[in-house]
Design a protein around this ligand. Structure first.
Ligand SMILES: [Zn+2]
Length: 469
């Protein structure tokens, strides 16, 4: 008898958030990622709360990397009864620890805020946070770290192996070799996770898996191109020089994971090489500070350039003039200071967190520059900066924007169309089908056409669709 194998696409199908897939091998079930769905509040609330039973009843889970749209709903899955191990790389386990604790604090804070705001509202039903810090700890207890390339058995009949995805620290694609019984050929299924870019700072390049029969692949930028990653340093140096000459501040709203460490390392290299004159650099985000420590603990994830830098010049994430801003008081003092400086602060889309206070001060200053280094979703303050609106609402007040805005498009943790094609073609001729997930429909479908034009079969599954392999 041949063991039946299927994949059910539970999330990130025809959208970019809420990654969740289920591989079923006979009676055994393996969950791959369990991310938060991020979108309009009511829908997000409902989707994140109502985790599919199939996910909570899985025997084991795989976590490809620590971004919140991949790991952020693990606490809910555990709360609803999942009791298996969550397999991931060692660096992903460490990064996820800080990411989930932070996510839990945000969930609790949001629920408290909304309940307080609506306390006199008769129709308001008090809401519970999606999960709290205790729930996050329970999920973290289930993490089972592995080294890259080391095989392990997540469920009976399946051998798994993580390879580098080059996306964020610890990120992986996972290769699953499935034994279908004596009379059938084994199957190799690959989940790409999020695919990074060649030449990104710090990380090794993505490794292309060989011999796959089926590939579940991300397609975030299935039809878009980025500036080459090697332009990161030059773009950043220009923005810093431009603002220093004017005596203003460079405000960089940044994701705490990866982008902050990339910028710190790039500034370190620029200052050391003499390309940029020394300037005070502040990292104003407790989460980013903790994650930078995790980077220091995982040199096994560094690429050759970073290892060489460390051997010759020391800490990639530390240099004269760099200061970590821990307390709220220090952060406020920094907001009010007039010294020219680079300030890297969360959140990355300018919606909340300490960066908002820096933006409030800088937005009306013609000598300061807001440097956008990450994706800015629609309806966020970050997107208004990208659109270079003349007026922007910061902390509830409409303000004239007199600061400069620079968008550095070489910074992206996601492969662009050509890099995705390079990865997909590298998988080999034997791939029977690509399943394209983690992309808006226009991006995924355009990428399916690019693959079809190269004679490859690709399918963009709908949420809830189940495919027998
Ligand atoms: Zn990601």
């Amino acid at each position: 008898m041949t063991t039946p194998v299927s994949i059910t696409f539970l999330g990130a199908a025809r959208t970019v958030t809420g990654s969740m897939h289920l591989l079923q091998v006979g009676q055994q079930r393996l969950l791959v990622d369990s991310g938060l769905y991020q979108g309009h509040r009511d829908e997000a609330q409902r989707r994140n709360h109502d985790v599919p039973r199939a996910a909570t009843e899985a025997d084991a889970a795989i976590l490809t990397h620590a971004h919140i749209d991949h790991c952020g709903n693990l606490p809910t899955v555990v709360k609803r009864g999942f009791s298996g191990p969550i397999h991931c790389t060692g660096a992903t386990a460490d990064v996820t620890t800080y990411m989930l604790r932070d996510a839990a604090r945000i969930q609790v804070h949001d629920a408290e805020y909304l309940n307080r705001k609506h306390q006199h509202d008769r129709d308001w039903h008090e809401i519970e946070p999606l999960y709290n810090e205790r729930d996050a700890e329970r999920a973290l207890e289930r993490l089972a770290p592995h080294t890259y390339d080391a095989p392990f058995q997540p469920i009976t009949g399946v051998t798994a192996r993580f390879i580098d995805a080059g996306h964020v620290l610890g990120s992986s694609s996972v290769i699953l070799d499935i034994d279908r019984g004596k009379r059938a050929e084994p199957l190799r299924v690959v989940f790409s996770g999020d695919i990074g870019r060649r030449g990104l700072p710090i990380l090794r390049d993505p490794v292309i898996p060989s011999g796959a029969d089926y590939v579940v692949m991300e397609s975030t930028y299935g039809d878009r191109l980025h500036a080459p990653a090697r332009e990161i340093h030059e773009q950043l140096a220009k923005a810093v020089d431009f603002t220093r000459e004017r005596g203003g501040k460079v405000i960089i709203p940044s994701f705490a994971l990866e982008r902050t460490q990339e910028i710190v390392f790039a500034l370190n290299q620029l200052v050391r090489s003499g390309r940029v004159e020394p300037i005070p650099v502040y990292v104003d985000s407790p989460l980013a500070i903790n994650l930078t420590e995790v980077f220091r603990r995982h040199p096994e994830c560094y690429d050759a350039e970073t290892l060489q830098f460390e051997a010759e010049s020391g800490d990639p994430f530390g240099f004269d003039g760099l200061k970590m801003v821990e307390s709220v008081e220090e952060s406020k003092a920094l907001t009010n200071s007039t010294e020219p400086a680079v300030i890297i602060a969360a959140s990355g889309m300018c919606e909340f967190g300490r960066v908002v206070h820096h933006l409030r001060r800088a937005v009306g200053d013609p000598n300061s520059t807001v440097v956008i280094v990450g994706y800015q979703a629609q309806h966020t303050l970050g997107r208004r900066f990208v659109e270079r609106r003349k007026e922007v609402r910061v902390l509830g007040v409409m303000r004239e924007r007199r600061c400069h805005v620079t968008v550095l498009d070489a910074f992206s943790a996601h492969a662009d169309r050509d890099e995705l094609l390079w990865w997909a073609e590298g998988c080999g001729e034997q791939v029977r089908r690509f399943f394209l997930v983690h992309g808006d429909p226009d991006q995924s479908e355009a990428f399916a056409e690019h693959l079809a034009a190269r004679g490859r079969e690709a399918h963009v599954p709908a949420r809830g669709e189940r495919i027998e392999l």
